[in-house]
Design a protein around this ligand. Structure first.
Ligand SMILES: [Zn+2]
Length: 164
């Protein structure tokens, strides 16, 4: 028997003001994206802003549907839009934030497993790390340099024929 241990690392900042100007700007853009959220069922708005290598910013938000499984998380709305329209312009970083009037958010909202898998494939497709900024509007910011740190067991076909 072999025991394996995997460590992940991320940075935590106490507030948005501690970020670089570029990261701060992207976070502020993600807040703007909250306005387009269609979330009448969960009442939980999620906003995303993607910074592309060219400097272009893409916006997305969660889109719900009365037939619940038909909705989609903001992260995947953003990344599928990127894949369909801007795939030759790599994603440098992604800011994700959330807001609800139902309760106070004290910690950054983390992406679901399905979104992490999609984020991982974007990294693989563009062959460069995707920096992820997760934050509360008036709270801490978590910065993750690459999706591998968030999901070390992500599914890739190649992995099936490799030893751990
Ligand atoms: Zn998700």
């Amino acid at each position: 028997m072999k025991k394996h241990e995997i460590k992940i690392a991320f940075k935590e900042y106490d507030s948005l003001e501690e970020l670089s100007a570029t990261d701060l700007n992207l976070c502020n853009e993600a807040v703007k994206a909250l306005a387009t959220s269609h979330s009448p069922y969960s009442k939980f708005k999620v906003g995303v802003a993607l910074l592309l290598k060219s400097g272009k910013i893409l916006y997305a938000s969660n889109q719900e549907n009365v037939a619940y499984p038909s909705g989609l998380c903001a992260e995947r709305v953003a990344l599928f839009n990127w894949g369909a329209n801007h795939a030759n312009d790599p994603v440098v970083s992604m800011a994700v934030t959330a807001h609800t009037d139902e309760f106070e958010l004290l910690k950054p909202v983390t992406s679901c497993g399905a979104c992490l898998q999609v984020m991982a494939e974007v990294e693989k497709k563009q062959n460069s790390a995707l920096k992820v900024l997760l934050y509360c509007i008036d709270g801490p910011v978590w910065v993750i340099d690459g999706v591998q740190s968030m999901m070390p067991f992500m599914f890739f076909e190649e992995r099936l024929t490799q030893t751990v």
